[in-house]
Design a protein around this ligand. Structure first.
Ligand code: FES
Length: 227
């Protein structure tokens, strides 16, 4: 299937792609689509949609995802047809109807669609950056989201019921942030894992990743998994 690209907008180094996809299979929380590269030897790119209603969706990508050679999005612009397949993965939201959600992610693309749904369910959201608050934060995230940067305080760790991590090495990231590992020990740390996903349905066995309970295929059990 393909999506019609309506708009590509740059916001402080992040890119919002709005698309129209009437008749797409329903996409649940936490699931992604795989955007197909024009070169079939290339790998699909996972993108995480926000449902804007009326068959319109938006997803956020980084400048690198948009422009790197071989990216399915490399020449994207209004009117372009973007081939995608999916939804891929399992539906997932932080458990419960309300609580305190800490997000540790450098970019909005993967974590924000899930966090926004959680916000709508009554969760309080705090966002943690490793070094400093980036410029895009105040332009993309609503005022209801609290911003934190640097080493988290013990109070912030105690506050969090669940932490969502979008980092290439989530386990190492947790260990580096002194005290946050406690959230893993109590089963409250979740990470977005997107190893290369060539097929998106469990057929190629290429997307194994480590989870709290063992190894799982991320296109079936992920991409959000308990660490
Ligand atoms: S992408 Fe092929 S098994 Fe997961």
């Amino acid at each position: 299937m393909s999506l019609e690209v309506l708009e590509v907008a740059a916001v402080a180094g992040q890119f919002e792609v709005q698309v129209a996809g009437q008749g797409l299979p329903a996409t649940g929380p936490g699931q992604c689509w795989l955007a197909q590269p024009a070169d079939l030897a290339g790998l699909p790119l996972p993108v995480f949609p926000l449902d804007l209603g009326d068959g319109r969706y938006a997803f956020w990508v980084t400048a690198q995802e948009l422009t790197q050679p071989g990216s399915p999005l490399a020449e994207i612009g209004p009117g372009w047809q973007l081939p995608v397949f999916g939804p891929v993965g399992r539906k997932w939201l932080p458990p419960g109807n309300e609580g305190h959600l800490l997000v540790a992610a450098a970019d909005p693309g993967r974590a924000w669609p899930v966090a926004r749904l959680a916000l709508g369910l009554g969760w309080a959201i705090a966002w943690l950056w490793r070094f400093r608050v980036p410029e895009w934060a105040a332009q993309i995230l609503p005022p209801a989201v609290e911003f934190h940067a640097g080493r988290p305080s013990p109070e912030l760790i105690d506050w969090a019921d669940v932490i969502l991590i979008d980092h290439p090495e989530p386990t190492t990231y947790l260990k580096d942030l002194r005290g946050l590992g406690r959230l893993r020990q109590t089963g409250r740390a979740f990470a977005c894992q997107t190893p290369p996903m060539p097929c998106g349905f469990g057929g190629c066995q290429a997307c194994w990743a480590q989870t709290r309970t063992g190894r799982s295929l991320m296109c079936v059990e992920g991409p959000w998994v308990s660490l």
